[in-house]
Design a protein around this ligand. Structure first.
Ligand code: ADP
Length: 581
């Protein structure tokens, strides 16, 4: 009793937790003569499976703090659950039976025998006090009673220490969890960090975190950690079960602890068949919310009835509330991203449909046009009898318009095939100078008609490019004919080619009507034609430059324009030089 009284007084007078526990360990040593031992402080009263912190005395003046994970099923757990002091005379034998904790004590610390008594405060087991020895059967079981008396007297003082430790543990874990939730890249990662953090804080064995949509009353994301530790997550939407704890959280219900599902009304409990199967007996259930909006729910479970108390409820509630804002942000970002993706997919689908439609229509239009043109030509040639002057004039109008229509349909078909990548280029090493000379020669009649001057400058040794002869001829024919179409009579056009870095650069410059900045921006889009009269009077489809750009890009090249209204325009095409082999 003297030792007990002195020890209790020393604990009460200790300046801090460490000193208090050392005083207790010294008392234990004086009572039992043990060479080592220690005090376990449980993170959760009455439960070994929530982990604990151990102040281990290695003899002499050597002490060591150790964090230990849950010890469900161990000899220490048995003391905590039953509250009965135990003497293990041979830890080695216990270890040989597969008792993991005994194996660790035996192998790592070389312990052979151990007295363990529960530390209690106000009827709850808050830890254990140990007397250990390296010798087999070092103690008499008679020592259990005085050791228990010592532990019972020290209990109240130790509880203070345990609570302090617990508060510190909780604060650290809360901060850690909130930081992880905040740093998560998406809703799933945020919910998982919250769930794992809450389980660690409450000592839960399993749990569920979910995000739901209060409008459709569906889960949008569900994460579950089962009692056996398996992790499950799914994003399929399905209704939040009617009458479930999650539904209560969705409908504004309060956070609540279920002490024992088996004690609930069977009619209610039948809802929890999944829990029944998993063996869940108790749970903590809290809403996840932000700005008064319910976003989801958090559930921490245990296979033991009564595993959670009011303190656990408060911690979970505070944690879920704090995490709510971060989760709300993640949900928002994700739904915006999903909407954007849906929009892009719809646009892409529409784009393909449109292209397919254009290709189909153009093809279907071409056949009747060929026939109209054929018969108009026959009429014009007098094959069906002589024509009056007026009839000839009308027929000429028909032919001109049919020609325009054919041009439009051909361009449309061409462009839609280019865009759908259905055009095979037949590429050969090409002398661009030769292509340009041919283009200029073929356009000579039009140039002469408008009395325009054309200068062609091509250096003697121009590197070859890999190109499709017909397609590149089409490109430069379009650029040069635009230059002459959109330049007044007697205007000047210059076509130059030169080497620039690893490209051949071809420039078609005119001193024609030019283009405004705004027009330049729309120049390569389908059907763009400027408003000026000269443009409207000159025939054209507004597809030429779109086709030109598509062809140039298929060659791995680029096209650009420089222009100012009234001054003229310069179109520059760059085509990659064939690397010398
Ligand atoms: P099209 O010549 O059949 O109308 P394009 O796609 O070749 O079709 O040209 C689109 C429009 O760009 C023309 O209608 C014209 O307004 C403008 N444009 C093209 N080339 C020139 C140029 N060299 N000078 C001024 N405007 C031009």
């Amino acid at each position: 009793m003297e030792i007990v009284a002195e020890t209790t007084a020393a604990i009460a007078a200790a300046p801090d937790l460490d000193e208090g526990l050392r005083a207790l360990i010294r008392g234990m040593h004086r009572l039992t003569g043990a060479e080592s031992g220690g005090v376990r402080l449980l993170y959760h009263a009455d439960r070994a499976d929530g982990g604990c912190r151990l102040l281990f005395w290695l003899g002499g003046d050597r002490y060591e703090w150790r964090d230990l994970p849950g010890e469900a099923g161990s000899n220490v757990d048995a003391v905590i659950v039953s509250g009965i002091p135990t003497y293990t005379a041979d830890l080695a034998a216990l270890a040989a039976q597969g008792e993991a904790l005994a194996a660790i004590a035996h192998r790592r610390d070389g312990l052979r025998s151990s007295l363990i008594v529960p530390l209690r405060s106000r009827g709850r087991v808050i830890g254990t006090l140990h007397a250990d020895s390296h010798r087999h059967d070092a103690f008499s079981p008679d020592l259990l009673l005085p050791l228990q008396v010592l532990a019972d007297h020290a209990g109240g003082a130790v509880e203070q220490a345990r609570l302090g430790l617990r508060r510190q543990e909780v604060a650290e874990q809360v901060i850690r969890t909130l930081a992880q939730v905040g740093a998560a890249g998406d809703t799933e990662a945020a919910l998982e960090a919250l769930l794992r953090g809450a389980m660690a804080l409450l000592g839960g064995v399993g749990g569920v975190a979910r995000a739901f949509d209060t409008k459709t009353r569906q889960n949008t994301l569900l994460l579950a950690i089962r009692l056996d530790g398996t992790f499950d997550h799914h994003r399929q939407r399905h209704p939040v079960p009617a009458g479930s704890m999650a539904e209560a959280m969705m409908d504004g219900g309060p956070a609540l602890v279920i002490d024992d599902y088996l004690a609930l009304d069977p009619a209610v409990y039948s809802l929890y068949s999944a829990m029944q199967r998993q063996g869940i007996r108790s749970s903590v259930n809290v809403p996840i919310q932000a700005h008064g909006q319910r976003l989801g729910s958090l559930h921490v479970n245990h296979h033991r009835p009564g595993a959670f108390g009011p303190a656990d409820l408060h911690i979970a509630e505070a944690l879920a509330l704090q995490a709510g804002a971060a989760i709300e942000r993640a949900v928002l970002v994700e739904s915006e991203r999903a909407q954007m993706q849906a929009r892009l997919a719809a646009e892409a689908r529409f784009g393909t449909l449109k292209d397919e439609f254009v290709a189909l229509v153009s093809h279907e239009l071409r056949t009747p046009l060929t026939s109209i043109k054929g018969y108009a030509d026959l009429l014009m040639g007098g094959e069906a009898g002589g024509l009056s002057e007026e009839q000839q004039e009308f027929l000429a109008i028909i032919t001109r318009n049919v020609d325009r229509e054919v041009m439009l349909v051909n361009d449309l078909l061409d462009l839609s095939r280019l865009e759908a990548n259905q055009v095979e280029l037949v590429t050969i090493p090409l002398d661009v100078g030769m292509v340009l000379r041919d283009v200029v020669t073929s356009l000579r009649p039009q140039l002469q008609a408008k009395r325009q001057q054309l200068i062609l400058q091509v250096p003697v040794h121009l590197p070859t490019v890999m190109g499709d002869l017909a397609r590149l001829t089409q490109v430069f024919t379009n650029l040069v004919s635009n230059a002459l179409k959109y330049t007044r009579e007697q205007g000047e056009i210059a076509v130059r080619a030169q080497t620039f870095q690893d490209c051949v650069r071809i420039q078609v410059r005119d001193n024609g009507i030019g283009l405004t900045e705004e027009e330049q921006g729309r120049l390569f889009t389908k059907f763009f034609r400027a408003q000026q009269r000269i443009v409207q009077e000159a025939g054209g489809t507004g597809l030429g430059l779109a086709i030109t750009r598509a062809i140039v890009e298929r060659h791995g090249g680029t096209i650009s324009v420089e222009s100012s209204p009234g001054q003229g325009s310069a179109f520059t095409v760059s085509l990659p030089i064939v690397p010398p082999t």
